[in-house]
Design a protein around this ligand. Sequence first.
Ligand SMILES: Cc1ncc(C[n+]2csc(CCOP(=O)(O)OP(=O)(O)O)c2C)c(N)n1
Ligand code: SF4
Ligand SMILES: [Mg+2]
Length: 292
Amino acid sequence: MAANAEFLAPQCYKSDIKPIWCPGCGDFGVLSSITQALSESGLSREEVAVVSGIGCSSRTPAYLSVYGFHAVHGRALTVATGLKVARPELTVLIATGDGDGFSIGGNHFLHACRRNTDLTYIVMDNQVYGMTKGQASPTTDPEWVEGKLTPGGTGMNPFQPLVIALASGATFIARCSSGDLQGTADTITAAIRHPGFAFIQVLSPCVTFRPEQRGWRKLAHPAPVAATDDAAQAARRLLTDDSFFTGVLYHNPHRSTRSPEPVRKVHVRDLSAGFQVNDLDLQDRQQEPAIV
Ligand SMILES: Cc1ncc(C[n+]2csc(CCOP(=O)(O)OP(=O)(O)O)c2C)c(N)n1
Ligand code: SF4
Ligand SMILES: [Mg+2]
C-alpha cells in the first residue's frame, strides 16, 4: 500500500452507473476482481486510469470511479501507452475484449509486448464479438458453426494470445477465469506490481451468444506448476496446455522496462521559436515554382 494511502474498499472504485451487461455475463466477475485488486494495491482513485476500446467488455471504465478513457475500436493500447509515457506516475490498466484486442487491435498487441511499457492489459476473452451480436473472433474455435457470418465455421487456426505475447516480449503472462473472483483479483494485483507489460487473458463467458461457455467455470483449473522465467519452458507449456490452466504462467522480472523520459514542460510561447522561418528558408521558397 502506498505510504499514507487511505484504505478504500473495493466498492469505492465502482461508479454509480449500473452495468447493462446481460445477466450472467462473465464481465461482472472481472469488474469485481478489478475493484478488489485496486483495493488490495492501496491505490487512490486519482492514481489509476483504465482505458478500453469498443465492445461489451470495453464498457468497463464507465463502471469504475477512477480515471477512464473509452477509446475507438482496437486502439486502447495506443492511448494507454501514450498516457503512461506522459504520466508515468499513474497506474494504467487496459480492459478490453478478444475482438478489440486481437482482431482490429492485434497489431498494437504485438508492439505493446515488444515495448514492455509498464501497463496491465486485461482481455476478457469470450471467443466472440458480443456487442455486435455473435460473430467469430480471432480466438474462436474453427468448428463453431453458430457465428452469424461463418455458418460453416471459420476453418481458421485460432489466435493463441499467450504464445503470441511470449514471442513478442511480454514479461508477465497469465490466464484467469472470471468465475474465480479472488484468483483473478490476485493476478491483477501481481500484474499491477510487475514493472513491465503484463498481459492477462480472462476467460469470461458470453452467456448470450456462447451459452456453452457457462461450463468454463468448472473447466478452469490452477496450473500444476509455478510460473517460470524461462521463455523456452513457458513456450512448451503454453503450446501444450489445455487452454484452461490458470494463474501466472510466465514472469520475467529481469527484462527491465524502459522508463519513459520525464516529460519536458515547455511554455507555448517558447514553442514558437522552433517554427520561426529563417532567411534561408524564405529564399528557397521564392525559388520554388508556385503550386496551383
Ligand atoms: C472501426 C469499427 N469497426 C467495427 C466496429 C463494430 N464493433 C463494435 S464492438 C465490436 C467487436 C467487439 O468484440 P470484443 O472486443 O470481443 O468485445 P465483446 O463485445 O465480446 O466483449 C465490433 C466489431 C466498430 N465499433 N468500430
Ligand atoms: S452479449 Fe455477451 S459479452 Fe455482451 S453483455 Fe451479453 S453476455 Fe456479455
Ligand atoms: Mg469478445
